[in-house]
Design a protein around this ligand. Structure first.
Ligand code: 2RA
Length: 330
């Protein structure tokens, strides 16, 4: 497989290269791609250096698949050019996610809907992916009515500049580039992405709308508060789930333990629960603090953590590419 990685010099781009190598994706030719100012830079893949090329050069090289992590604007402008040349695009940005003509894919849930006609496939938002991986088996069994989620999101979700802001503040620098409107070190910002007219942030609306699209059920009510915290290992989420049907706690635990890509870490007496520091660099979604909401029937509380650059971005995108390759769709 000829594989292009568009945005190869970014934080997620670097993670995509690592995941492709770790999972032994059958790469016969790697094409790292970036904007004008990065052309000629080198990226390393499986111990070899590759020179970054521009968009037109990459299209002319006819990769089977192009995994994009280059931002919404670039994706809107460039992904259709790849698609028109017959190259399947897996896109990490928010540009195509809610386009009704594009599939929004978490492989464990809805990869079976993909066909060779899907030339631009959207990778969901990081905080949505880790939540739906856990919600989906529970929805199938007990039918979800409503989800209330609060997130605790890593600065890596904003990108390299945000990680620099955190460490510059921590180092006590006076003069440094600010990505956030406030200090992030020793602080918490109830603000991810832009504020919309309804008072929610775009990140919150992503969680609300993308969940329904991926799980193919508009009746699932979701409300969200998304929060940036000064951590780097991954995103965490406190999730309250109300079901139509009664559940059994032991059965919930057993179902999640059996779920592909999910690891249950739930032994509070021994201080075992998911944390960003232990999820960092891992491909799985970790779930713990599984307990009944004692204030109303048929309602569950749990805590979900995943590395947002892995399952929340690079790993999910590579898993989509793996599905396409395995099923001769590219
Ligand atoms: C964030 N959801 O954490 C974004 C990244 N895709 O800001």
């Amino acid at each position: 497989m000829k594989v292009a990685v568009v945005g190869a010099t970014g934080l997620v781009g670097g993670e995509i290269l690592k995941v492709l190598a770790e999972r032994n994706f059958p790469v016969t030719e790697l094409i790292p791609v970036a904007s004008e100012r990065s052309i000629g830079k080198k990226v390393s893949f499986k111990g070899k250096d590759y020179e970054v090329v521009g968009y037109d050069t990459a299209i002319a090289m006819k990769p089977n698949v192009a995994i994009f992590s280059a931002g919404g604007g670039t994706s809107l402008a460039i992904a259709p050019k790849f698609a028109e040349a017959g190259i399947t695009v897996v896109d990490n940005s928010s540009a195509w996610r809610m386009d009704p003509t594009k599939k929004l894919v978490v492989p464990e849930i809805n990869a079976s809907t993909l066909t060779p006609a899907d030339k631009i496939i959207a990778n969901p938002n990081c905080s949505t992916i880790q939540m739906v991986v856990v919600l989906n088996p529970l929805h199938k069994k007990y039918k979800i009515k409503r989800v209330v989620v609060s997130t605790y999101q890593s600065v890596t979700g904003t990108g390299k500049a945000a990680v620099d802001q955190l460490f510059d503040e921590r180092a006590g620098k006076e003069d440094y580039a600010k990505v956030y409107p406030h200090k992030i070190d020793l602080n918490v910002l109830p603000h991810i992405d832009v504020f919309l007219d309804n008072g929610y942030t775009k990140e919150e609306m992503k969680m609300i709308l993308e969940t329904k699209k991926i799980m193919m059920d508009d009746n699932i009510a979701v409300t969200a508060t998304t929060v940036r915290i000064p951590t780097i290992g991954g995103h965490s989420e406190a999730v309250n789930i109300e079901f139509e049907n009664e559940f059994d706690l032991a059965e919930v635990r057993a179902m999640l333990e059996a779920e592909e890509g999910v690891i249950v870490q739930d032994d509070p007496k021994n201080f075992v629960y998911p944390m960003p520091i232990t999820a960092h660099g891992k491909d799985e979604v970790f779930v713990g603090r599984i307990r009944r909401d004692e204030t109303q029937p048929k309602t569950l509380n749990l805590w979900i953590v995943a590395d947002n650059l892995r399952k929340g971005a690079a790993t999910n995108a590579v898993q989509i590419a793996e599905y396409l390759a395995k099923n001769n769709l590219i």
